[in-house]
Design a binder for this molecule. Structure first.
Ligand code: SF4
Ligand code: SF4
Length: 297
């Protein structure tokens, strides 16, 4: 079950590394022209289908609850990313405006486990004179734009190439060339979007991981969320309850030791699972086309 999928943000292209065979750069390579639009308009990024999903389910029907109105919600930050943003804000002496945006209310302990945070502002609070002031600490969502999600993310929505991307003026000439067949699409996106694509895939893997954690915690009866509860009453409960970040909760409940949790976050940061998933998709394509050629011989 997908409890949430949503995403944006901006970054320049970086050189891909250690992944299979890359073509020479072509005019189809994604180059961020740093127009700043994705950092200066960070609210209202949800597509119509996602909005509908949230309106229907995220206000008390499913375990993961939308804690702020959709129109106020900006891009999602995982708790370890929100901490880095808050450290950056402290160093810069600015108000980051970071607030919890999605969480699960646990009936057992009457507290809220926070899954994602958002910046409560129209423009990113770290954008200054067209520059990112926390470039080294920026989140996945900053590194994956113009993607909104990767082709690996399983959702109930019907898939379209356009749904992969957010509005970015630097991709309009590339989109018509994206292959429709999935393995070829992965190869193309890897070749032409490099690290940006890697981050989109990794972010979706983290989303899947967070969903799996929630399901596992519920199955093990570590977490007992309220569901199908009147939203206003639920928000009253949530606002007067203590909050704990998801990763802190996992350590507190001994699902992971602190060292294991740090290692998991470090692997996420380095795109370890995304490297593997892209490699497998490209190798599968290579083997199936190799078999195809052999069967024609
Ligand atoms: S909208 Fe596109 S071109 Fe503009 S800064 Fe974002 S990624 Fe770069
Ligand atoms: S943190 Fe930096 S890269 Fe991310 S949205 Fe803000 S200004 Fe843009």
């Amino acid at each position: 079950m997908i409890f949430f999928d949503f995403f944006l943000q901006g970054d320049a292209k970086l050189n891909p590394d250690s992944l299979p065979v890359l073509n020479e750069q072509t005019h189809l390579d994604f180059i961020c022209h740093r127009c700043g639009s994705c950092c200066s308009h960070i609210r209202g990024f949800l597509g119509e289908d996602e909005k509908k999903f949230f309106e229907e389910y995220a206000y008390g029907k499913l375990p993961l609850v939308q804690l702020i109105p959709i129109e106020r919600t900006s891009f999602p930050l995982w708790d370890w990313e929100a901490k880095r943003f808050q450290e950056g804000a402290k160093e810069l002496n600015i108000d980051s405006k970071i607030i919890p945006s999605r969480g699960v209310f646990d009936q057992k302990e009457q507290r809220t486990i926070i899954f994602t945070f958002s910046i409560d502002s129209d423009s990113c609070t770290f954008l200054h004179n067209g520059q990112c002031r926390i470039y080294d600490k920026r989140g996945f969502i900053c590194k994956l734009f113009p993607f909104q999600k990767s082709p690996f993310l399983k959702t109930k929505e019907s898939f379209s190439i356009h749904s992969l991307f957010g509005g970015c003026p630097s991709i309009t000439h590339i989109i018509p060339h994206v292959p429709k067949e999935s393995a070829q699409m992965v190869r193309f996106l890897h070749e032409h979007f490099g690290e940006t694509f890697l981050n989109a895939v990794q972010h979706d893997i983290v989303t899947e991981w967070a969903n799996e954690m929630m399901i596992m915690l519920m199955k093990k009866n570590v977490l007992k969320p309220i569901m199908n509860y009147p939203y206003d009453l639920l928000m009253k409960k949530i606002s007067s309850s203590p909050f704990i970040d998801l990763t802190e909760f996992l350590v507190e409940k001994a699902i992971y030791s602190r060292e294991q949790m740090d290692r998991i976050i470090s692997d996420f940061d380095h795109g370890v699972q995304a490297h593997q998933r892209i490699k497998e998709a490209i190798e599968d394509d290579f083997h199936s086309s190799d078999e195809g050629i052999r069967s024609q011989e």
